[in-house]
Design a protein around this ligand. Structure first.
Ligand code: ADP
Ligand code: ZN
Length: 218
């Protein structure tokens, strides 16, 4: 039986991280910690953090490192993450965040960092058609003939078009990925924690590559 793991999933927007994370979280029975989902919930609930980050998020910018580090530190100190582990999705996104994360997790270090590799040309169109469940994070693809309102087949939540899945914000996020997040690949590679996964293929094929890689490292 597979159970417990501490993972980071990297990969450019639209690489299929969300889909893989939802499955991995069930498979390893660990919480899926998506910083994007946490921030979107904060925006929806009009919390202090939510109000501060809304515009940055809508335009595809990056939220400040100190805000992000504090948010994640708080989340991984909860019982479920301490006892079972977690899948970190969307964090770290800068070398600063990765270093801060290493410091806060010295007692329980990461097992592995996975980089889901998909070419940039493949993802822009995918992101424009992407729809996301607000509650469970499941991804769907719009075809033009959707039910309205559209509810999630897994959990009944609202399926919505993310405010930042517009061509402008998508391109800005992809550019920031190259400049800020891609250096993490080198950071984790140097410290022997990185495994590259070919993200091209059916979700089932990619999932089996991912679980094989994780099992080899736990
Ligand atoms: P995507 O990977 O599709 O860009 P996410 O859902 O991971 O989307 O994040 C959405 C937005 O939330 C980002 O564009 C950014 O504004 C903010 N965000 C999420 N995680 C971080 C982070 N670790 N550092 C800075 N900003 C973040
Ligand atoms: Zn759902």
């Amino acid at each position: 039986m597979t159970s417990g793991a501490r993972l980071v999933i990297l990969g450019r927007q639209g690489a299929g991280k969300g889909t893989q994370c939802v499955r991995l979280s069930r498979h390893f029975v660990v919480p899926h910690i998506s910083t994007g989902d946490m921030l979107r919930a904060a925006v929806r609930e009009d919390t202090e953090v939510g109000i501060a980050v809304k515009e940055i998020m809508d335009t595809g910018g990056l939220v400040g490192d100190t805000t992000m580090v504090a948010l994640v530190q708080k989340r991984i100190s909860l019982d479920d993450a301490r006892t079972r582990g977690y899948i970190l999705d969307g964090f770290p996104r800068t070398v600063f965040q990765a270093q801060a994360f290493d410091e806060m997790s010295v007692d329980q270090p990461l097992h592995v960092v996975l980089d889901l590799v998909v070419p940039r040309e493949m993802v822009v169109q995918r992101l424009s058609a992407r729809r996301v469940c607000r509650d469970c994070g499941a991804n769907f693809t719009a075809s033009g003939v959707e039910p309205r309102p559209w509810t999630c087949e897994n959990c009944g939540g609202d399926v919505v078009h993310r405010a930042d899945d517009t061509p402008e914000a998508i391109n800005r996020r992809l550019d920031l990925y190259e400049s800020q997040t891609a250096p993490l690949i080198e950071f984790y590679g140097r410290t022997g924690r990185l495994v590259e996964i070919n993200g091209v293929g059916s979700p089932d094929d990619v999932f089996s590559r991912v679980t094989t890689a994780v099992d080899a490292r736990r």
